[in-house]
Unconditional design. Structure first.
Length: 560
């Protein structure tokens, strides 16, 4: 089902909207839009910037593009996974993705790509372009590299020394070996030194710690958006005093940075480390911008949220909260794009909107072109009817679609689910079922064939000569992916030293509490180190330090 003729008809318009594009179809539309845009003479080296309304939509588009356009380069730029004006830093995994994306966009030999980001990420100011490029260290086997210089680089650029390297931003030293996990590569790296010479560079498995393959070059990127060099520390100190006045009394943030130490949540004072921050749009100056459905509404809500959090911090600047030190917030305009800046940036770009609805042209939408898509059929009625067989209904629906000239694909959440559906469809009279791995293979199917694909979509869709029936449409919610709210191991805390008195944490079973510090209590006749947690109403919980993985920081992506 080629869509190029749709895009060519309005490709020269400054602003345009593609309507009747349901979720699922949007990935196919986006890939075709990208190919058409980058094929134009003036845009061969450009990028397409898609602004999703939230993280879940970004994840859905990324998965859809893997199927419909596996050949297109995707650059993912997520937002921090903490609240505005939080006391916690974004997770290292998120920071690594952001730095890798900015390095990719800022490099001289960048190739055309689709940038997937969110409203929250696009609104936030980012480190200057030259920071990522100037902070990188490139080394190869045979290069001279003083190990102490390397360790100093890692420390200044946000890497954390650990016993074993498991997550992005970790590094470990064992004799003449340095293990580290830099942004931009999927596996950690092992540098084997012979004196001051890099003897070999090899990737290794973080779980087994076994080496995998040799590398001819390592581009070592910073692991933090803050570099603690003497120059930037001095800049922070002067900027902090200029913003908040002379430091009097206890100020842990100011003291930690002044001493060259990392401080939890220091990223929320990012503007003080640099002369001027950039924006994601600065990193992609020639990109066409495509706005997700409801992205504008998400933008408005985000600005209000930022203002509310700033005002709340501003109102309590001189008071302690739960024993934590006073919070001195920077103005929102220093950290985030203001409304007029956002509007000005979008007005200068080729701008496209996607919507699942049929709408009329207006000054907000520009030209409108309907792609004629709609959400596919849901078999909820048949599932609820004890006298009906849902799979008979699905088989009948597939035959009806084919009779109407549509190529039919059935999308499953996993390989196993695809195998199960294949057997069920065959049992119900759909004989010509073929497993396909991507859109190119799907297009090669003959008319009577039903393609079985692995593509996680919330609902199927129909458009032109294509129909995709979703597993969730057939089976309901029982077989869908694990909840997006399920916590990943990276969200949990691993060391008590990462907490400060007064921090809010979330216990996996008991919810939000305030960390009061470490306390030794008698348990079974012996002293035992515990984290003291206080809940609303004064209830206390003493959590053994070896069970700290049951806690995550309040405000992290997966907390709550």
């Amino acid at each position: 089902m080629p869509l190029k003729h749709f895009h060519k008809s309005i490709i020269g318009s400054k602003k345009a909207t593609f309507s009747a594009v349901p979720e699922g179809l949007d990935a196919l539309v986006l890939s075709d839009m990208f190919r058409t845009f980058t094929a134009m003479p003036d845009h061969r080296d450009s990028t397409l910037l898609f602004i999703a309304m939230d993280d879940q939509r970004l994840a859905n588009l990324k998965e859809g593009l893997r199927f419909f356009a596996p050949d297109i380069k995707i650059i993912e730029f997520p937002a921090w996974d903490c609240l505005p004006y939080d006391r916690v830093s974004p997770r290292q995994e998120i920071v690594a993705k952001r730095i890798s994306a900015l390095n990719n966009l800022g490099s001289a030999d960048k190739s055309p790509a689709i940038i997937l980001t969110t409203v929250n990420a696009a609104l936030q100011r980012v480190v200057p372009r030259d920071y990522i490029l100037n902070s990188a260290m490139i080394t190869r086997p045979g290069n001279q590299l003083d190990m102490e210089r390397l360790i100093s680089f890692l420390t200044a650029n946000g890497y954390s020394r650990t016993g074993a390297v498991v997550e992005p931003g970790d590094y470990a030293v064992r004799g003449g070996i340095v293990d580290l996990f830099p942004p931009g590569i999927p596996d950690p790296v092992r540098l084997d030194f012979f004196g001051d010479t890099v003897d070999s560079i090899r990737t290794f498995d973080a779980e087994t710690q076994r080496t995998k393959q040799q590398m001819s070059e390592l581009n070592l990127l910073p692991a933090s958006e803050i570099e603690l060099t003497p120059e930037l520390i001095a800049k922070f100190r002067s900027g902090y005093i200029e913003s908040f006045g002379t430091v009097r009394g206890e100020d842990p943030l100011y003291m930690a940075i002044s001493e060259g130490r990392r401080y939890q949540g220091a990223e929320h004072w990012l503007p003080l480390f640099y002369d001027q921050l950039s924006t994601l749009f600065d990193y992609a100056p020639g990109a066409m911008v495509v706005m997700d459905h409801l992205a504008q509404e998400a933008h408005t809500d985000r600005l209000k949220q930022i203002e509310d959090y700033w005002q709340a911090r501003k109102d309590t600047t001189d008071t302690k909260a739960f024993g934590a030190p006073p919070y001195k917030p920077l103005k929102p305009s220093s950290l985030y794009l203001e409304e007029h800046e956002w509007t000005h940036i979008l007005d200068k770009r080729l701008l496209r909107f996607l919507t699942p609805f049929d709408i009329a042209p207006s000054s907000d939408t520009g030209k409108v072109l309907s792609l004629g898509g709609k959400q596919g059929r849901n078999f909820a009625v048949e599932r609820a009817d004890e006298k009906s067989n849902v799979f008979d209904a699905v088989a009948g629906h597939i035959r009806s679609l084919q009779e109407n000239g549509k190529h039919v694909l059935v999308a499953s959440w996993s390989e196993g689910a695809r195998e199960r559906l294949k057997g069920v469809l065959v049992d119900h009279g759909i004989d010509r079922v073929v497993e396909v791995e991507n859109w190119q293979e799907a297009q090669a199917l003959s008319g009577p064939d039903v393609g079985l694909i692995v593509l996680g979509i919330e609902a199927g869709f129909e458009a032109d000569t294509l129909a995709v029936v979703g597993e969730q449409d057939i089976l309901g919610d029982r077989f869908i992916r694990q909840s997006k709210r399920q916590r990943r191991p990276a969200a949990f805390l691993t060391e008590a030293t990462s907490l400060s008195q007064g921090d809010l944490v979330v216990h996996i079973d008991h919810g939000i509490a305030r960390f009061e510090g470490l306390k030794t209590i008698d348990a079974a006749g012996a002293p035992h180190d515990c984290l003291q947690l206080t809940y609303h109403g004064g209830d206390r919980l003493f959590l053994p330090v070896e069970n700290i993985e049951l806690l995550s920081r309040y405000g992290s992506e997966d907390a709550g």
